[in-house]
Ligand binder design. Structure first.
Ligand code: SF4
Length: 186
């Protein structure tokens, strides 16, 4: 099949790309991630993917759209459910591009991360596949996560420390800084 691989970053591309190519598919990447904040972080992840894609001869469509405002308007007051909107926004756009490009299916590198809400991702991907008419190709890529982390380190790739949005950045650093603060003076 000709598969469009929605791609969140370079390190998460390693295993799904190998897996899909080993299955004999023709893979194209698609980078669309307005959930990554701030913009300079988005640029850094994009550049890391660009470099890896060149090395792997992976054609990638880089979406220059960065509708940060749309993302925030969608999730504000619903922050606890934000991942649901975030997945739907990105996968709907991937399905549109897959349909326009005559792809047989689409999938996402997000399925490699044990930190994502895997079942929700699958559910949304399949629903988007049905509504768009382009099947969502579900694979549980998580067994390859550790190996991909090791390879990305060997390759010296930039590895982000938080999922993407400002909320996840806060969760990553605010709690740890609170813990450090709590430890002070002991
Ligand atoms: S935590 Fe990650 S998946 Fe959830 S909304 Fe933020 S960027 Fe999107």
């Amino acid at each position: 099949m000709k598969i469009l691989l929605h791609t969140c970053c370079g390190p998460c591309t390693i295993y799904p790309l190998d897996y899909l190519r080993n299955e004999g598919h023709i893979v194209h990447g698609y980078f669309f991630n307005p959930n990554i904040h701030p913009y300079t972080e988005w640029q850094r992840r994009r550049e890391t993917l660009e470099k890896y894609a060149r090395e792997q001869e992976l054609p990638v469509i880089f979406d220059v759209d960065y509708p940060l405002e749309q993302f925030l308007q969608m999730v504000v007051h619903r922050e606890a459910r934000r991942c649901q909107f975030c997945y739907a926004l990105r996968l709907r756009q991937a399905a549109r591009v897959a349909r326009r490009g005559d792809f047989d299916a689409f999938t996402t590198t997000l399925l490699v991360s044990p930190f994502q809400k895997h079942d929700l991702l699958r559910e949304i991907g399949e629903a988007v596949g049905e509504e768009s008419g382009v099947p969502f190709y579900y694979v549980d890529f998580r067994p390859g996560f550790k190996e991909a982390v090791a390879r990305s380190k060997e390759l010296g790739m930039y590895r982000q420390q938080y999922c993407g949005c400002i909320y996840s950045e806060k969760e990553r650093y605010y709690r740890s800084s609170k813990r450090e603060g709590a430890g002070e003076g002991k």
